[in-house]
Ligand binder design. Structure first.
Ligand SMILES: *Cc1c(COP(=O)(O)O)cnc(C)c1O
Length: 397
């Protein structure tokens, strides 16, 4: 058996591969520079152009570009009317922001367990969490795979709930042929550099509802409006604007918008390459019984943001930490997504107990995300597969 690099053997490769990385090309740079030379650095024409491009890509009626994905979730939760005393059902396997947006509004996140095979929030556990206080669901398309939107929307209809889809992972994914962004009451995106397309920092909320759209626009900029029909003290003074509620400065700059417009043109290519890489991993791991392949629901045509390596640890002599370290020594840097949100000490202090979502906790113990991004070459993927198999062979029972 080959000696692992962590014990002095030769690593599978001599340069490190990280789990994610952006692709910025000369045309992206040119787009940013051109905007920097223009008269508007913020609140300018690139924001409208970006919002139109996001509507074109997703098929949604309205887009509100904001400073990051967390801001998008925050104003979506505000527009949903979440306030103290309200409960919002959230997936535990996600970045904390998916639940924090409920806390920002004074609401209570209620964690529904995941499906043990797709890792997305399970509709049957959503049903068990519904009470008379439930107002909304934040459903996360984890790894890029769409949640079971038909069934979740049905639940929303039955119980009069709003659906916020956290699509930070899933731009480019389709559900039953429809692009993510046009299906839920509000869909939020993140354009952080690790996501499929980037603005440096950036986010957006998509909706088909004009009322929600107007509210989101206002919340993005301090709660201030220039529309007379939204004012209490409407006047036709040309300078007049009125703050009608408490909002924030969550605006995106025009040069970030310019970068994202350029990136969105490449979404089809980014998406196709990510699909190819996932196929290579799945082929590579098909004959490895220690690996559980993520189940895809047939409705989701997935642009995968994360490739999860889930181990049957009971078939190995190592811990997840030992596996992670051994892989890193082979120069394959993985990452773990995510600690169940309620296991963060902040949530623990709010009273959420360990054991709340057993499927999520088991998932967390056994998983890590392998490198997945547009710039990876076939040889890089072959190295990752080789390294994973090498570590498994070493620790096989
Ligand atoms: C990245 C991410 C966010 C937050 O987006 P930011 O742009 O970093 O604020 C929210 N939810 C999920 C699932 C994410 O992956």
């Amino acid at each position: 058996m080959e000696q692992l690099a962590i014990f002095g053997g030769t690593p599978v490769r001599d340069t490190k591969i990280s789990y994610g990385r952006q692709c910025i090309e000369q045309d992206d740079i040119d787009a940013v520079v051109a905007t920097l030379k223009s008269s508007a650095l913020t609140c300018g024409p690139k924001i409208n152009e970006l919002e139109k491009a996001l509507c074109d890509v997703t098929g949604a009626k309205y887009a509100v570009a904001v400073s990051n994905g967390t801001a998008a979730l925050h104003i979506a939760a505000m527009a949903a009317g979440i306030k103290e005393g309200d409960e919002v059902i959230v997936s535990p396997i996600t970045f904390a922001a998916s639940a924090n947006c409920v806390l920002y509004c004074g609401g209570t996140p209620v964690f529904a367990d995941i499906d043990p095979e797709t890792y997305n929030i399970s509709p049957s556990s959503i049903r068990k969490c519904i009470t008379e206080k439930t107002k909304a669901i934040v459903a996360v398309d984890f790894t890029g795979q769409a949640v079971e939107l038909d069934e979740i929307r049905e639940i929303c209809k039955e119980h009069n709930l709003l659906l916020i889809e956290d699509a930070a992972h899933s731009i480019g994914t389709k559900y039953n042929g429809k692009p993510i962004g046009s299906i839920a009451d509000m869909t939020t995106f993140s354009f952080h550099p690790v996501k499929t397309v980037t603005a440096g920092e950036g986010g957006a909320v998509m909706t088909n509802d004009e009322g929600l759209y107007r509210r989101l626009l206002r919340l993005r900029s301090h709660g201030i409006t220039r529309n007379q029909d939204e004012m209490v003290h409407a006047t036709d003074d040309p300078w007049y604007n009125e703050q009608v509620e408490l909002g924030y400065n969550y605006r995106m700059t025009d040069f970030q918008a310019a970068l994202l417009i350029s990136q969105l043109k490449k979404l089809p290519a980014f998406s196709a390459r990510r699909k190819e890489i996932v196929t290579m991993y799945e082929k590579g791991f098909a004959d490895v019984p220690e690996i559980q392949i993520q189940r895809e629901i047939p409705e989701s045509d997935t642009t995968r943001h994360l490739y999860v390596l889930r181990l049957h640890l009971e078939m190995l002599t190592c811990t997840r930490r030992e596996f992670f370290d051994a892989l890193a020594a082979e120069n394959i840097q993985s990452q773990v997504h995510y600690l169940p949100v309620y296991r963060h000490s902040h949530y623990e202090n709010l009273g959420y107990p360990k054991g709340l979502c057993p499927n999520a906790e088991k998932y967390y113990e056994e998983s890590m995300s392998l490198p997945l991004y547009y710039l990876l070459k076939d040889e890089d993927i072959a190295d990752v597969i080789k390294a994973v198999k090498k570590v498994i062979a070493y620790y096989r029972k």
